[in-house]
Design a binder for this molecule. Structure first.
Ligand SMILES: C[S@@+](CC[C@H](N)C(=O)[O-])C[C@H]1O[C@@H](n2cnc3c(N)ncnc32)[C@H](O)[C@@H]1O
Length: 308
């Protein structure tokens, strides 16, 4: 394997893979988890993987995988899950869905993609470069109030107002086109530094989430997951920050257990809708050994649910 996927063993265990099952890897990346799933599938099993990033789809590893006739790789946002599966006739037939959210190491490490404040590159940040606005284009026109909100909501950045004002002032003279231009501007305006955290960390996270509509994507795929899973099919989601984890946690909570309309009295048996999911265990974190080998796993939280 070329790299170490986060919570690899736990992901495979929690998917409870059946040899002839049909599985989905919503976030193929460089195929670390996919490789593990394929290894556990028998000749009649199937794995369908999604990634919105062309580099992931065209990677050497992906091209090797697609020779396996049990495997199908789709260049698409995972919010298109239901549409894609509909065309394959697989609605309600999926035995397990894996989501390893966020950006991949190759995306972060490639300066041209513009995700990292440590590497000079164009301010792009799109996971799918074939569509949508780059961070540079978005920053060139965004309203100051909207920028504050994004920095505050998606970066939990307490200096959101100062940073937004500095960006808006700067762009009057010069457009902000590179990662280092943005990160050094932030360094200049942030008055207090958090321990062990670059002052641009929160702004870069916020912009990335906005540019890729990451939270909307997550909400949509979760909502579709209950319809595409088969009974007892498993949903396994790995989040890397509290905004994502909160969405996954609430979704599983809301879809588990009986639901009824609290405004409707008296509650009759016919009005009670049973939950479609069953929560499986507590949230999981990476083990000691993995944390030593892969510091990125420190923030990973895995949550698991099962279709009723
Ligand atoms: C953390 S990496 C996954 C790594 C992968 N599990 C592995 O073992 O190599 C996340 C991947 O998901 C992709 N991704 C993120 N959001 C997506 C979305 N909404 N739709 C499709 N792919 C997405 C990213 O492009 C990235 O390649």
């Amino acid at each position: 394997m070329d790299h170490l996927p986060v919570m690899y063993i736990e992901a495979l265990q929690q998917l409870a893979i059946k040899k002839d099952g049909i599985y989905l890897d919503c976030t193929f990346g460089r195929g670390g988890h996919s490789q593990g799933i394929l290894a556990l599938l028998g000749p009649y099993g199937q794995l369908i993987a999604f990634d919105r990033d062309r580099d992931a789809i065209n990677s050497e590893l992906a091209q090797r995988f697609v020779k396996d006739n049990r495997f199908k790789l789709i260049h698409s946002c995972f919010s298109q899950l239901e549409v894609q599966l509909e065309s394959l006739g697989l609605i309600g037939k999926i035995d397990g869905i894996l989501m390893d959210l966020g950006v991949s190491s190759p995306q972060l490490d490639n300066p041209v993609r513009g995700f990292s404040f440590l590497r000079e590159g164009p301010l792009d940040m799109r996971m799918d470069e074939t569509t949508g606005l780059s961070a540079e284009q978005w920053l060139a026109n965004v309203d100051e109030k909207d920028l504050v909100k994004v920095l505050f909501d998606y970066g939990e950045e307490k200096f959101a107002r100062r940073i937004a004002k500095a960006i808006v002032d700067r762009r009057l003279d010069n457009p902000i086109t590179t990662t280092k231009q943005l990160s050094s501007l932030i360094e200049d305006v942030v008055p207090v530094r958090e321990k062990n955290k670059h002052p641009a960390t929160r702004t870069f996270q916020a912009l990335r989430i906005e540019i890729n509509k990451e939270l909307e994507e997550l909400k949509q795929v979760l909502e579709q997951s209950t319809r595409v899973l088969s009974p007892d099919g498993r949903l396994v989601a790995i989040s890397f920050h509290s905004l994502e984890d909160r969405i996954v946690k609430r979704f599983i909570r809301d879809e588990s257990g009986a639901k009824y309309d609290p405004g409707k009295f008296p509650v009759k048996e016919v009005d009670i809708t049973k939950g479609v999911l069953r929560k499986v265990g507590k949230a999981l974190k990476a083990g000691e050994l993995e944390l030593k080998q892969n510091p990125r796993a420190r923030s990973a939280v895995m949550r698991v649910a099962e279709k009723v």
